[in-house]
Write a protein that binds this ligand. Sequence first.
Ligand SMILES: O=P(O)(O)OC[C@H]1O[C@@H](O)[C@H](O)[C@@H](O)[C@@H]1O
Length: 286
Amino acid sequence: MKYLTDQSHVYSVNFSLSSGIVHILQAIFKPPKPIRGGIPICFPQFSNHGFLEQHGFARNRFWSIDTNPPPFPTNSSTKTFVDLILKPIEEDMKIWPHSFEFRLRVTLGPSGDLMLTSRIRNTNTDGKPFTFTFAYHTYFSVSDISEVRVEGLETLDYLDSLQNKQRFTEQGDAITFESEVDKIYLSTPTKIAILDHEKKRTFVIRKDGLPDAVVWNPWDKKAKAMADFGDDDYKHMLCVEAAAVEKPITLKPGEEWRGRQELSAVPSSYCSGQLDPQRVLLGGRN
Ligand SMILES: O=P(O)(O)OC[C@H]1O[C@@H](O)[C@H](O)[C@@H](O)[C@@H]1O
């Protein structure tokens, strides 16, 4: 894991993952525009669910290295991690007048698993609570979107962002892709799988504290209209995002919220509801 900083600012964090989970499309870095790809953090607002800029301001800010984070429960296996912190700047306070500490621990496991844990604390001194929505806007790298299926969301209710956020129920089997998709699945299980048939690889998302899951692919027309998105990039990416959208989170002063997303890649033959043998041998979770 490498991260680029000057003395106080983190410009980017790069992971050398042999599994190639996270996909950076066009890494154009022109603040205040976010980088297209990777895992932008959507906070304090997901998408346009509120009056702030799309996906909130956190993804457009410089984060600092948190040199002295409060204790963090960890399990015993060897891990590499970096702790980052975001506090509001004056500009943020003007549009969202709340004081907070957002601590993010980025952990790389021994087999290339990537874990993101967010801890958000209300540090308001005026006694006021605040409310936010949140998502890990994760871009997965896939070989061919038309060969991909997502398991774990079938039969669930979702809000369709392409149809005025109306509520529908997903029908049929696993989710497959043949046109633009922008859905917020509600009350989803803690484990979701993205099966990449062509690569014979499955990404597994495990999450905690984040009941919803967003699935997004802009497809051809929208891809063409986006300046930082190649015309064909939509074929090789899929966003599946652990999120808290339908029921916004409210924190009183002094309260803290946690939301965790863990990503791993396993050969497809071990998925579709089965256990990853390595995890079985190591006594890990399914
Ligand atoms: O272009 P942005 O701001 O990074 O957003 C990309 C997409 O992000 C997804 O999370 C949203 O559901 C979509 O509605 C949105 O278009």
